[in-house]
Write a protein that binds this ligand. Structure first.
Ligand SMILES: [Zn+2]
Length: 185
């Protein structure tokens, strides 16, 4: 950030009056520009013994598989964001949404939240941000070409929890690359 989005004045980095950490502060109108983590919301859509994955048509991680997810928009709830992203990326409709995994990624200032959900029908297709969308049984999951560790970890948890049909909400810190050692960036 170089310029104030209120008045166009130049920004400096300093601790604002009464503050305790360095912020971007406008030298003209003195507005303080806070920067906070962004939330990514997504779904784990399930159909019988299969899960729905999307292959990314856009950077980052173009060509790799992911769950439908994306940044929340202002004015929507987290569930609405997850449903919207599922519609946009997989042209799919879901119901029975349940909070499932929450990952803190402080190194990139993001929070990922995934909801378990049931596909309501099989009329899904690739949205503009997807190359293809498909259902996978556990044995067919393309672990080596998954786009994000948070997605791999959510799938691992799901297949483990599915054995007992108990799906506790999981909150983890920057998940380790347990089964997806091939992330390219
Ligand atoms: Zn300003």
């Amino acid at each position: 950030m170089k310029f104030c989005n209120h008045c166009g004045g130049p920004l400096v980095e300093r601790i604002p009056d009464g503050g305790n950490r360095v912020r971007f502060v406008c030298t003209n109108c003195h507005a303080v520009h806070y920067q906070n983590p962004r939330i990514v919301a997504g779904c784990l859509p399930v159909w019988e013994d299969q899960v729905l994955l999307c292959r990314r048509a856009i950077a980052p991680r173009k060509g790799l598989w992911t769950l439908p997810a994306g940044f929340m928009e202002n004015g929507e709830t987290m569930v609405q964001a997850a449903i919207r992203e599922t519609e946009e990326e997989a042209c799919a409709r879901v119901s029975g949404i349940q909070l499932y995994t929450l990952f803190d990624l402080p190194h990139i200032n993001q929070v990922y939240v995934f909801f378990r959900a049931e596909l309501t029908d099989l009329a899904f297709s690739a949205g503009v941000e997807s190359l293809e969308v498909a259902l996978f049984r556990e044995a067919a999951i393309p672990w080596s070409t998954m786009a994000f560790p948070t997605v791999s970890r959510t799938l691992e948890c799901f297949f483990a929890d599915r054995k007992t049909q108990v799906f506790p909400v999981r909150n983890e810190l920057t998940p380790p690359l347990v089964t997806s050692p091939t992330c390219t960036s």
